[in-house]
Design a protein around this ligand. Sequence first.
Ligand code: PLP
Length: 388
Amino acid sequence: MNAHAFDSITADRLRENGSLKWTAFPGTIGAWVAEADFPVAPPISAALHDAVDRGLLGYLPPALVTGVREAYASFAADRYSWVVDPARVHPASDVLTALEHTIRHFSRPGSPVIVPTPSYMPFHTLPRELGREIIQVPMARDAAGRYTYDLDALDAAFAAGGHLLILCNPHNPIGRVLEPAEMLAVAEVVDRHGGRVFSDEIHAPLVRPGRRHVPYASLDETTAGHTLTATSASKAWNLPGLKCAQVVLSNDADVKLWDEVGERIEEGASTLGMLANQVAYTEGRDWLDDVVAYVQGNVTRLGELLEGSGIGYRAPEGTYLAWLDCRDLDLPGGPGSAATFFREQAGVTLVDGADCGAAGRGFVRFNAGLPRPLLEEAATRMRAVLDR
Ligand SMILES: Cc1ncc(COP(=O)(O)O)c(C=O)c1O
């Protein structure tokens, strides 16, 4: 296979660049926080340079708000077959802030938040910071290690008073991309209890080549009626520090409430972030396709390198996150010590599955958004310490 330009990015260069991912745990390979090591897409870089040169650094220009709305609506139509009214696409600083305000304003006051697990770590902490309990709903897992929703457990969580379900699709950390039939089955449970859904689709552009992401709210009137969707170009085009996300509303009642509470939320998005998101959705599509293909090569290679290591692995259907089952490894500190073990012994920093909820204990999350030679080095080092 031909070398890709991303292959030549070295660990030294990444450390010198000073990202959180490569400097928080000095001397290790940064395979933890969910950002990729790929450079900025050329059209985004050009637009940002131009904006700085022109001094476009003031409060959100209205034309840019309109531009992002239209850019996202056109991307959603072309890539997801989802027809979205641009006027219903609202800016926010980031997806977690969108979640915070969804809990505050769009879920029943005081109600627990339902979190299918394993889940992205802040889904456990953020509701609690807002004074909300969370109800963890462990996902079921078939013999091949594929996760699915446990509908009875979900039903019980709503019956226990839960009101807002956090649906993450593609799912961090397990890499599932939900199929319409399984989302409709979830929707039936939500609807039966008059529940609400926060659909976190931040990883949506990053699905396996040839596969399509289906937005939950796009399924039918029921899902549109109970959902707020949040997304951003930040994961796929690697822009999280620019602070910009989109909240897509899909029913009249939410539009009305957003008119009352949305102004402060919208002001959180940065001007440069909005510009970068707009350019990503319009001029960054070829670059995205290249990244998706590169990540697919990475997760396939990871599987080859881990074969026979005792680590359980199923390539993710979406995201650049790989979920590694370390429960059968005979680690000195027990199965819950895998992330510490690999950081200390192999010099590879991962996310500990226990931070993703009790159902994640014994797993680690490996960020495969790495230049391939560094991914190979990380996997080889992990194997070597297991073989010792
Ligand atoms: C599923 C998911 N949601 C939300 C976030 C955070 O996004 P933001 O920086 O827009 O708050 C991440 C970041 O890793 C994520 O993976």
